[in-house]
Ligand binder design. Structure first.
Ligand SMILES: *Cc1c(COP(=O)(O)O)cnc(C)c1O
Length: 392
């Protein structure tokens, strides 16, 4: 008999009911160390006092009015994002995939409004992930995502990750944009090299294309910069953000330059919930915490400690781990043993990590870990690897 909750996930038999910082407590009172942060969402850990206060304060005043009216919290958060990024303007959504939908619609509208409606195609990369709407599974195009859900939305040209020749060949008179995750998340924690980000920017400029960055996973301080593209010194025209932006409250955003957003006039796009007062109260507080002096420096510092520790584990468990990759606190341990075995051994050590493609386990902790918590995570991972070696 089908479960009341639709069985689209193979869930671990763990039920968490409380959290504090990087710690989670199960319904039977056991404590786990969370190195997944709900897939890079709980960027400030669980129940951060400032986020709780922002949410509670707003909950007592007003929950929802709709985008028929001005929403002061939305304006506040949009201003914070605009002041600290390349962007001039922001559309708020409830999720990452909706932020990407907005990005793709905006790019199509841009060319259509300029009298070039034939320019609607977008180049995307194998191994990328942009969410689960029909549009975004069409964009990513992997067999695993699209199987049985056809026909797909037309207009995406998929090229192998890192194949420069295929990329150039895919650009034609109908191309509107290139879509890239600066660090592939689901695809296995693969940073796009800085010079390749620059190369993508140059290609876009040369052909008059828009560059769309999907920073849903790698953005919001995750890599040690507010946004991952900043490492390469280039800026996109459009950027999708979600996950960490709400610190656990559902929120996404599509940021753009004034030029890229020039087709998005009143009535062209909308959402009932997107950017609602509760979500934006929390989102603005997340931004304020991350913008404080030293926050991103500290992320880089912790990530150095974490990375060094992980390199040590690769050296001491060569049959379990192969290598470490990633940027900041978006780290991937490429496994030799099946990644599911390592993750399950982690559960036995009360440690949470997240799988990704290419037999990787993701280390995506809250960004405000202490050194002691980093060391504790490394100890647990060490013991988990020993379990895997013992075949337990
Ligand atoms: C998680 C993710 C998405 C989808 O976000 P949802 O909130 O699940 O819709 C899109 N792109 C990337 C890179 C992601 O990591």
């Amino acid at each position: 008999m089908i479960s009341p909750v639709m069985p689209t996930y193979a869930r671990a038999p763990l039920s968490f009911v409380e959290g504090e910082g990087p710690w989670l407590k199960t319904d039977s009172g056991e404590t786990y160390l969370d190195m997944g942060a709900g897939i890079a969402v709980s960027a400030l850990g669980h129940a951060h006092p400032r986020l709780v206060a922002a949410l509670e304060g707003q909950a007592r005043r007003l929950w929802h009015t709709s985008n028929l009216y001005q929403i002061p919290n939305q304006e506040d958060l949009a201003r914070l994002l605009v002041d600290h990024t390349f962007a001039d303007t922001v559309f708020f959504t409830n999720s990452g995939t909706e932020a990407m939908e907005c990005a793709v619609k905006m790019a199509r509208k841009y060319f259509s409004a300029k009298g070039q409606p034939e320019r609607y195609r977008m180049v995307t990369f194998s191994g990328s992930f942009h969410g689960r709407t029909l549009g975004m599974i069409s964009a990513a195009g992997s067999e695993k995502l699209v199987k049985g859900f056809g026909p797909m939305l037309e207009g995406f040209d998929h090229v192998p990750f890192g194949d420069h020749e295929a990329l150039k060949a895919a650009i034609g008179p109908e191309t509107a944009a290139i879509i890239i995750e600066p660090v592939l998340g689901e695809g296995g924690i693969k940073p796009v090299p800085k010079q390749c980000m620059q190369g993508l920017r140059d290609l876009c400029d040369e052909h008059g294309l828009l560059l769309i960055c999907d920073e849903i996973q790698c953005g919001m301080g995750r890599t040690g910069k507010l946004f991952a593209h900043e490492w390469s010194g280039i800026t996109p025209d459009i950027m999708a953000v979600a996950k960490g932006i709400g610190g656990g409250f559902p929120l996404g955003a599509c940021l753009a330059t004034e030029e890229a957003a020039s087709g998005m006039t009143a009535g062209t796009h909308g959402t009932t919930y997107g950017g609602n007062p509760l979500a934006c109260a929390v989102g603005a507080e997340v931004m304020r915490v991350m913008l404080e002096d030293g926050f991103l420096d500290r992320v880089r510092q912790i990530s150095g400690r974490m990375r060094q520790g992980l390199e040590g584990l690769v050296a001491s468990h060569p049959d379990v781990f192969e290598s470490v990759r990633g940027e900041g606190l978006m780290l991937g341990l490429v496994c030799k043993a099946p990644n599911a075995d390592v993750i399950n051994a982690g559960y036995a050590e009360h440690l949470l990590t997240v799988p990704a493609a290419e037999n990787v386990i993701r280390i995506l902790p809250p960004l405000n870990l202490t050194d002691a918590e980093v060391d504790e995570a490394l100890h647990r991972l060490d013991r988990a690897a020993t379990r895997v070696e013992a075949g337990a």
